[in-house]
Design a protein around this ligand. Sequence first.
Ligand code: UDP
Ligand code: MG
Length: 365
Amino acid sequence: MPISGSPSLHLFSLVSGWSVPITSMTSYPMLSSSLSSTTPMPEYGTSASTLDVSLVVPIYNERESIPNLLSAIAEVMRTLNLSYELICVDDGSTDGSVDLLKEASLKDPHVVGLFLRRNYGQTAAMAAGFDHARGRVIITLDGDLQNDPQDIPRLLNKLDEGYDLVSGWRKNRQDNQVTRLLPSKIANWLIGRVTGVALHDYGCSLKAYRTEVVRDMNLYGELHRFLPALAFIEGARITEMPVNHHARRFGKSKYGLGRTFRVVMDLMTVYFMKRFLTKPMHVFGLLGMLSMLSGALLGVYLTVVKFTYGQDIGDRPLLILAVVLFLTGIQLFSFGLLAELLMRTYHESQKRPIYRVREVTSQDE
Ligand code: UDP
Ligand code: MG
């Protein structure tokens, strides 16, 4: 697989295709044994894990797709011997999706309808679903039938091989070439370079996570597409696998080119979090020192020129540069100190550890 050029290459060296045989009624030893919550549930998120799988589907005006979506998912899940729930997060739909979902949740015990008060956007909708999920594994997919529920068993198999996150890759993506595929190609390349997690397709909603990984991440902005990168920051083992993708049959896409800008901004946030979240002084302190030092050196040089050689320095651009460098340095340095304080508040107010434990083994267990 052409996943390369990334510092986290070791993560993907295991990705050698997905030749796991798919049988119905597969058993998932990991789901029942090692996944059974040995670590206490963090406070973030409201529910304890009592089911095998939670499917989370954000839905915003997808009336025509809902019946097919529900039946397709039910059909696939019937073939698996797993307890599950299907959380349909209605993101303030106005087209009658709400009634359809309410009805479905009353008819089918697996379906949970979660209705947000207004339209918050896909990321918030997914976060709401995550908070309510009771499964030990969370699978997300779109509510517009572009993802194929038939891929779910393969995702679970892959997760069972010891990964924390399996991301779908829409190898045959059925969207507009110019407005969607090209920006997406560039975005994927950029995100891969910046975050160090080289996936072909960050935008694919069809993903499977171990719940504890999701619980460790807080979502803002349009961050849902960076979930693999955020998970990587939290130490997750990540892989990807090709999945089906269909053209949108009903309704229309909620996004256009405008999304690109927001994604780039979020990318910068993620990059900063990855590099410097727990050590802002390492970047601001260093830059500040360098800047101050160069300013000071130039100042010394100018002083020597003035007093030893008696030259005028008042109209020299170098003097302005020296002053600007020195002041910038002080600012950067103080900013680093402030960031250190903020970082401490961030971690301590949420009781967020600066590390993540995968497992603890001892004789006491
Ligand atoms: N979505 C949502 N809230 C929004 C926009 C979209 O919940 O504000 C849902 C939408 O219903 C769909 C998924 O997010 O299930 C992906 O949206 P869409 O299909 O429009 O994105 P695309 O596939 O075109 O990237
Ligand atoms: Mg779509």
